[in-house]
Design a binder for this molecule. Sequence first.
Ligand code: PEP
Ligand code: MG
Length: 325
Amino acid sequence: RQEQYRALRDLPAVTRDGVAIGLQLNAGLLIDLAHLHDSGADGIGLFRTELQFMVAQRMPSAAEQQALYEAVFAATGDRPVTIRTLDIGGDKILPYMPALEEENPALGWRAIRIGLDRPALLRVQLRALLRAAGGRPLKIMFPMVATVDEFVRARAIVDREKAHLRRHGHPLPSECRLGVMVEVPSLLFEIDEIAREADFLSVGSNDLMQFLFAVDRENRRVANRFDPLSVPALRAFRSIAQRATAAGCPVTICGEIGGRPLEAMALIGIGFRHLSMSPAAIGPVKAMVLGLDAGAVTALIDAELDAGGGGASLRPRLAAFAKAQ
Ligand code: PEP
Ligand code: MG
């Protein structure tokens, strides 16, 4: 199996009916970046910056943060990398920050909420990123955005930092694109507006499933109770893909489901053309892509979703379809 996947490494991921699929990696530590070369991924679709903060003994200084990002860019070279700003709080605790007493940490003070309320932390990170990316393209995305307004405020902080660096004669990134993670369901009802404002969207299906079905993703009793291949989940994913595409806004999916071949097949069927996943998933997903008739899976899913399945899962139908490919 591993040998077979290695043989696919340098093949472009194109379906049998000619649909090109971008396959990117999720990463968070420098050691993950070694997989960029051996997996054959096109780039890093999600770099979780909080991991470097979680393994540190104390809050990394501005200079240390800049050095970390310089190392990331040195390792990724010309391949694109999407950096996510700190996604702390909830299940991601920094040992050197006072723990908050919250009844519902997943719904609490976390991610972009901390970034907007305590902009000093976000500003230091953004400045370190902008400086590290001087002269090269930079893609930044914000986690747990719930409203368009939160993105607009985060973008204003980036603009201020850019102006600051420009005034001081620092080289800026050659291009700076700002994206939003779609992982809070409220954004589904503002997707046209966010697609117009943001330079790109990336669906965080781990959190989106958690909040859509009200199931704690860390609670094993309930975490697998709802299926991402069920009618409501697929309708949610399809609506994001279709409306972002209609607005001309590039859209990726970077939650764990993109790395499971059957789920990835369904995501391609409903319109996603870029998936970001763990390194070990690239081979199996690429093998699936190479054997897929994307048009046929689109027709199957559209028929099922439009017929209304009473909330049932499409998993058995999709598994049978995949077997016949
Ligand atoms: C997600 O929520 O799907 C995601 C990619 O982010 P994380 O798993 O880091 O919350
Ligand atoms: Mg998330």
